[in-house]
Ligand binder design. Structure first.
Ligand code: TYD
Length: 415
């Protein structure tokens, strides 16, 4: 069985019968399950992409989830190093960690979800041991080739015990875009307590719920993202396990994320004013009220209608349309909006392992960005709006010869 259906009322994290479904994006393939031409004739695995809000602990979560083994494996399609913006982002984060967070070179550093080592490589040398944890074997091996110490497993309390027996306590546990990928966050919090030094710090950055709601970025909702975080919900979760958030910082990556800093309750670190401020903003925005989520769901449906209308209008005018970036978000947009080869001829992408494959569910051929401007499509719909600036800057020639980009965030339009 690959699809784990919850009792639809029970919150996955606090067990209260307070989970309220507010948005159903329909049957969905796995967002990163790009297909070979031979696989096109097979029946694709799909699951129901539906999101709920827990009225007790305020966490927003997928109602049906796909087993992690089906998502994070030896053919994981996402390599963190594909984007120069992300590379700079990790350099900035590493710089801050190296100068402000590390306090004892005899202690360890653990990165959860270290992917191809883009951050881990920048943290090495500041602690006795720097350990990456990465269940997807192919990206883990890319990191090992650079000489990094990576364990290819899921981070849970049994691994935490092994780590604490083998290595000194952690002065830092860091994870970028990874907390939302972990189905059992109670287990994660337990594991943090096991590996962390008493004055150790954890840092996580994940897509931020308020940004998703403001931008109508429903395409952040997909199989790998089991949760959509507010600071309010994270505070409740960590407090339940004797952990405390001491600083939060909004950051721009992945279309608007929140970086959270936490420690043990007993730590001497004082709580920064940023936590209080963000909690007040969230309260004002109704983050703890089901009605806010129902309004969001209504707007998502309107967003779909206006995007479909715009793309059909351009097609009816005889324009050629393609997609740009075979992202996971793209899979959600294409399937939810019913956009297939009737509308988009190709999806261009710079990841070699995706080229030659087809988009999940909608079966649009993925081709290399090398030929993008010379193919001269009239319109390119950006399927990774979070990278829009980088893509538009990179594809100057396409625009110079009259090509135009289309985006749907925060509303469908030609840019
Ligand atoms: P991203 O939004 O990072 O990931 P996700 O899959 O989590 O939604 O999407 C990255 C995709 O965009 C990836 O397949 C590479 C592609 N891409 C390009 O083709 N060109 C670019 O310039 C950039 C930045 C990304």
């Amino acid at each position: 069985m690959n699809e784990i259906s919850l009792n639809k009322k029970i919150c996955r994290l606090c067990d209260a019968p307070s989970l309220q479904s507010f948005l159903d994006l329909g049957r969905m393939p796995i967002a990163n399950a790009f297909l070979t031409s031979e696989q096109l004739k097979d029946t694709e695995f799909t699951f129901n992409l539906e999101v709920g809000f827990c009225e007790k602990c305020f966490i927003v979560q997928l109602i049906d989830m796909v087993e992690p083994n089906k998502l994070f494996h030896e053919n994981y399609a996402y390599f963190s190093s594909i984007s120069s913006v992300m590379d700079n982002h990790f350099a900035d984060l590493a710089n801050e960690i190296n100068t402000e967070i590390f306090y004892d070179p005899t202690l360890s550093v653990i990165e959860i979800g270290s992917n191809d080592g883009i951050l881990l490589s920048k943290l090495t040398g500041y602690a006795l041991n720097t350990i990456g944890i990465e269940p997807s074997a192919n990206v883990a091996s890319a990191a090992r080739k650079q000489g990094l110490n990576v364990i290819s497993r899921f981070f849970d309390s049994s691994l935490a015990v092994e780590l604490s027996e083998k290595y000194n306590a952690a002065q830092l546990v860091v994870g970028t875009n990874v907390l939302c990928h972990i189905p059992d966050l109670n287990e994660l919090a337990k594991s943090l307590n096991i590996v962390l030094d008493d004055e150790g710090v954890f840092i996580f950055e994940d897509p931020y719920l308020l940004e998703i709601m403001h931008k109508l970025a429903y395409d952040q909702i997909y199989d790998e993202h089991y949760y959509y975080f507010s600071v309010t919900a994270l505070q409740v979760l960590f407090a339940r396990h004797g952990l405390r958030l001491f600083k939060v910082e909004p950051i721009s990556v992945h279309g608007g994320s929140m970086r959270i800093y936490g420690c043990k309750l007993s730590s001497k670190r004082s709580t920064d004013e940023s936590v209080v401020r963000q909690l007040a903003i969230e309260d004002e925005q109704g983050i703890s009220n089901l009605s806010s989520y129902l309004v969001f769901a209504d707007k998502v449906q309107q967003s779909r209608s206006s995007l479909v209308e715009l793309l059909h209008k351009l097609k009816d005018e005889g324009k050629s349309l393609v997609g740009y970036a075979a992202s996971s978000k793209g899979t959600v947009i294409l399937n939810y909006c019913g956009i297939n080869t009737d509308i988009l001829d190709y999806v261009y992408d710079n990841t070699p392992s995706k080229q030659g494959l087809y988009t999940p569910g909608t079966h649009i051929p993925i081709v290399s960005t090398d030929n993008f401007s010379s193919d001269k499509p009239d319109y390119a719909f950006i399927l990774a709006w979070n990278h829009m600036e980088e893509i538009v800057a990179k594809e100057e020639e396409f625009r110079n010869q009259g090509g135009k980009f289309v985006t749907h965030i925060p509303e469908a339009r030609v840019v």
